[in-house]
Design a protein around this ligand. Sequence first.
Ligand code: PLP
Length: 403
Amino acid sequence: MKTDAFENRIWLSAPTMHGDETKYVEEAIRTNWVSTEGENLVKIEELVRERLGCGYAVPLSCGTAALHLAVKLSGLKRGERVFCSDMTFAASANAVLYEGGIPVFIDCEYSTWNMDPIALERAFEAYPDTRLIICTDLYGTPARYYEIKRIAEKHGAVLIEDAAESMGARYGNRNAGTLGEYNVISFNGNKIITGSSGGMLLTDDGKASVKARKLSTQSREAAPWYQHSEVGYNYRMSNIIAGVVRGQLPYLDEHVRRKKEIYLRYAEGFKGLPITMNPYTEGEMEPNFWLSCILIDENAMAEQIRGETEGRYVTDSGKSCPDDIFDTLAQFNAQARPIWKPMHLQPLYRENSFVTAEHGWDQSEDKSVSADIFRRGLCLPSDIKMTSAQQDKIIRIVKSCFS
Ligand SMILES: *Cc1c(COP(=O)(O)O)cnc(C)c1O
């Protein structure tokens, strides 16, 4: 694996270790506390509670497990609908399927790329009995929770915040990961900080946190023997993973600062090009800038045709498209990533309802915001170990695509 090409690669967002991780992992191994109990687990609960400002933090094997438990805690019953962000990673919506629920997808808005409150209102008009919303903070930018929470409260719905990508971001005077009743963060390898894997369920509801702990450890009842009254899961985080997380947590703010520098440098470097960066509403929120993304102006889009599993495009002078930029960056050993393909376009979810802010959603002519951002957008290398010289190279390559 240790080829030059691998060493010199400019990554989308790779783990960045600082050294303290080794200390905590070694300590766990030296003392034999390698299983699902130990000081690292206790410490990261405390550190996350303090940093994010939540009542309870339950360490789990991954963010997906946290999403699953959040859906269970919401009390969702089989056959009930759940309003989900359309523009997200599939794990957010899959958790609904695990519990036999029916995701209804809500289009995103141009101002944050997150769930559009107007579309959410329309969804409640169409399905007034819905009692659960799962809202993603895309690429580290919080959704507009002032509106979303107001709508949720009006309809008596529970809100789950999928903050897997937005740890370290802020919305109003609250931190991402504390905006819903149940909230999810992830320590997956490419997130803003990592445990190599892992995740957490965050909540202010003490009873719910006890329930989540029980569900995550196979739902053992209090009895001398293995007594079970309900289905359980093996979702607990290990004290080794917690050691890596413990070493990373003090560096969260430093990572956010570096991510923001990268975002601002791109924004500056792209001045004069027919592209904009992934937006946020200033004053209302402060993203963690996890991934820097671009959106190509419509009039600068070269023709790009995407089938189910492969695509084609024509290179056109003065114009480009995400797949062209992706391929050109790959030639220079730099890792970009297409925008998440929206859920309403996934074969798994194509039959599910999809609600946009505009009336008259028509599958034959997809005018949704999420489909448009998928078509014109791209995630750029955003790794915090990238040097200024490397980032300048990325900027030059992107420029060259439009020449
Ligand atoms: C990464 C991610 C998840 C899943 O987290 P894991 O820890 O990988 O299970 C869920 N939702 C979103 C939006 C993500 O980006």
